[in-house]
Design a protein around this ligand. Sequence first.
Ligand SMILES: [Zn+2]
Length: 539
Amino acid sequence: MPYLNTQEAETKLELLSLQYPALCRLVQLTNITYEGRTSHALILRTGSRVKRPGVYLVGCLHAREWGSADLLLYLAETLLISYTNNTDVTLIGATFTADKIRSILENVELIIFPVVNPDGRTYNQESGISWRKNRAPTSQAGVLGTDINRNFNFLWDYPQYFLPGTYPASTNPQWETYYGTAPFSEAETKNVKELADLHPNIRYFVDVHSAGQLLLYPWGDDTNQTNDPLMNFRNSSYNAMRGNIDDTTYSEYMEQVDLTRYQNTSNRLKLALQQVRSKQYTPGPTSTTLYIVSGASLDYMYSRHIVDRTKRKIDTFLIEWGQAFQPAYSEMTEIIMDVSSALIELCLTAQELPLTNKTPDPLDFKTIQLGTTKTIQLRLDNLGIGAVELFNIQIQGTGFSINLTTLGPIQEGDHSFIPVTFVPPANGPATGKLIFKFRKPGVTTEDIADVQLLAAGCSVPKGSCTAPVFSPSNWFVCLLLAIAAPAVILGMLILIWIPGMLCALKRFIFRVQHCTQGNDNPCIVLIKYTLWPLSKRNN
Ligand SMILES: [Zn+2]
């Protein structure tokens, strides 16, 4: 059996969606390739569970690595057949029971995008010319092709971020690692991002490549370090210093908990792969296991939650299968089993990961008057499979405090709260961070998350008349208030000789004027010193 051509791969994807409509559905991507091809992905899930971790698999970003498409289609079909017939999956020496396969389809959402770069793959298969990139025009007339795996938005513009003389990509359109005209300039890269944006539940991303028998994880721009959080890809003071793995001037920061999880998970994939026919794949970070890269899919997908706090953390892996781009198909068939074993194992691992959602983030205390205290509840939702527990809850930042260090277990689908208190230490803004680790009880896999804390302290001269603190009202309530206001003001003016009435009048007018906006600042002074001491108003 030969490799599938690109049209056959697309047809196969559609066929699976028609054969197993209760287990999967076909999704059409919105970005059409330069040669006019429409791309598709297959989403596998069944059963009643609504919230579930997503596992996102992509292949053929690089044109000549044909087998990635065959591999991902084989995996999809194998899972669908096993689920339908309730049979075990046997991959030479590796076996997954029917129950395990069932758990994947019923607990995980599997998103499979086998041919990201159909133009390049078709060109390579039809012309026989070795080709890596897509087939779209570049900044240089007559020169075609951008390297899709250098076109993601992570340190994309490498000449400003990396040490001069290092080449994590290329600015030259004639090179195989040409980075494109902008991050996400290519339809193929946009399509990979689109599926990630559409599925905020994604917890794992795997980019399937060839060759070298490697199991890679971030980072790709430099060596990993876990000591200095400020030494990171967003810190411009390290520009032009990244990319030399032999020096200590720059290393990319990763939380120790994340690094440990990457090491454990990649080892687990390695062992599952080894079960098939004892092939040895080497796990490790991209930068030190393969070479340095910029604009790569793994680093982009893993960095999304750091750049945008509303996004879920995605653990990312890149598998470099086999020893050649296009091995004989008899060998490819066995490589397909090697890698499928690792990917099925990853889907089982996804069910052991704790999944939480934290709201609000940032936790904003607004402005607090010195000498007073405010407590806000941070809400934690358990979105994972089974219970979750929080431990090692810590707080950073002067003035912020918590009175617990562990929380839970929180049952599946349930939520809990962490009360966070702020006592302003001084006038002016204050920032802090709430950090917590979490896991499923009895499972060793740990994760870490943090919540930003924002606040400000303020003070007023003693005896001042201050503006009231209140929430915004809708326009109808404010209209009624405005209609009633003249009569109220007139009444207050008649009684203005009563101590405190002037302040009450000022506060009432402020309330009417700011009715739709509300006010969260307790230190707006309306009258600096009142003639008579006021009893403290409690807002
Ligand atoms: Zn590749």
